[in-house]
Write a protein that binds this ligand. Structure first.
Ligand code: DAH
Length: 343
């Protein structure tokens, strides 16, 4: 005879101990499956004495109902537990720092260019940019560098055809401005890219940037040039800077000077940046050659003026301590980010 109470207790205990849905499914097959224990009990009905059949049948049905209820209950419990675990493992940690979107930033050459423009606009200069492809006329002839002049050799250059080339210096803009403005006064700076045939190394590039300065008027003393460049040197390299003029030669200025700034690294005592001299050569300048004025349409007896040419890479390298000019052009994000002004 089947002991239903014992069986009920055993089933209840087994369901109680189940911890996973897989094991629960095994139990379901074991008891409620087609070949399970309860189906087996049903089959035993035929051996049960006639007067006990009814009671036996009721007991088996009740056991089946109870077992099904236990199964449903446990299934719900385990499913809820699984969902809870899933939610817990997938929670978003709001305390994690976010990912910053990366933004571009200006190349240090543009930063220096802007700084220089601000500085000269503050002194009443106008900013004028010219074409990068220029006539031989403005690049050389008008700058008093005729066809066979040796000064051409130093800039022998990137020609598009015999009469046109990529400008070799911003002095080409100066010559165009002179022609356009004659006979009026001028006060301009002209920044831009220039191109020369050159062997690239740590301090030379076939493409670089300059800023030309030009002041023309009825009486422009050379001391104005000195005051202007002193102002520039102090703004860019510190208030204690001194400048000095050394005689030099450029075909388009007469007299011409090479301008040195007292070294901002050692204060003038001598160090590796200034090669022990205390001075750093920074730019070329001079009084605009009367011949140049005349060619552009000015009367050199009525007006005079000065011009200067600043190398933007040189200023940036000195100011920021950059030892290789090629860093400016290789687009290494880490280099440009060093000069980020947006953070
Ligand atoms: N054009 C010269 C060069 O590229 C730089 C220069 C020197 C410009 C003296 C000037 C100047 O205006 O007065 O080497």
């Amino acid at each position: 005879m089947v002991n239903f109470d014992e069986l009920r207790a055993q089933i209840a205990q087994e369901f109680k101990e189940v911890e996973t849905l897989d094991v629960l499914n095994e139990l379901r097959i074991q008891y409620l499956g087609k070949k399970g224990k309860i189906a087996d009990l049903m089959k035993q009905m035929k051996d049960v004495a006639k007067e006990e059949k009814r009671e036996f049948g009721q007991a088996v049905n009740q056991l089946k109902a109870e077992t099904s209820a236990l199964l449903e209950e446990k299934k719900k419990e385990l499913e809820a537990k699984a969902l809870e675990e899933k939610l817990a493992s997938e929670t978003i940690d709001l305390t994690l720092p976010g990912r910053k979107p990366s933004h571009g930033n200006l190349n240090p050459l543009h930063l220096i260019e802007q700084e220089l423009e601000d500085l000269f606009i503050g002194l009443g200069y106008q900013v004028i940019e010219g074409d990068e492809v220029v006539d031989d006329l403005y690049c050389f002839e008008r700058a008093n560098i005729p066809k066979d002049h040796p000064a051409r050799d130093m800039q022998d250059s990137l020609y598009l055809d015999p009469a046109h080339l990529l400008r070799t210096h911003t002095t080409a803009i100066q010559m165009k401005v002179l022609e356009e403005q004659a006979p009026n006064p001028i006060k301009v700076v002209c920044p831009g890219k220039v191109y020369r045939r050159d062997d690239d190394d740590a301090t030379h590039s076939h493409q670089f940037m300059q800023m030309e300065g030009l002041v023309i008027g009825p009486h422009v003393p050379l001391s104005d040039l000195k005051g202007t460049l002193e102002f520039f040197a102090r703004k860019m390299f510190g208030q204690e800077r001194e400048i000095r003029f050394r005689p030099s030669f450029f075909p388009f200025t007469e007299p011409s000077v090479e301008v040195d700034v007292s070294c901002h690294m050692c204060g003038g005592k001598g160090c590796s940046t200034c090669k022990g001299t205390g001075w750093i050569e920074i730019l070329g300048a001079g009084e605009v050659n009367p011949k140049v004025l005349e060619m552009a349409g000015y009367d050199p007896n009525k007006v005079n003026g000065f011009a200067f040419g600043i190398g933007i890479e040189r200023v940036a390298m000195l100011k920021y301590g950059i030892d290789d000019i090629r860093h400016f052009y290789t687009n290494d994000k880490r280099f440009n980010e060093t000069f980020d002004r947006m953070d």
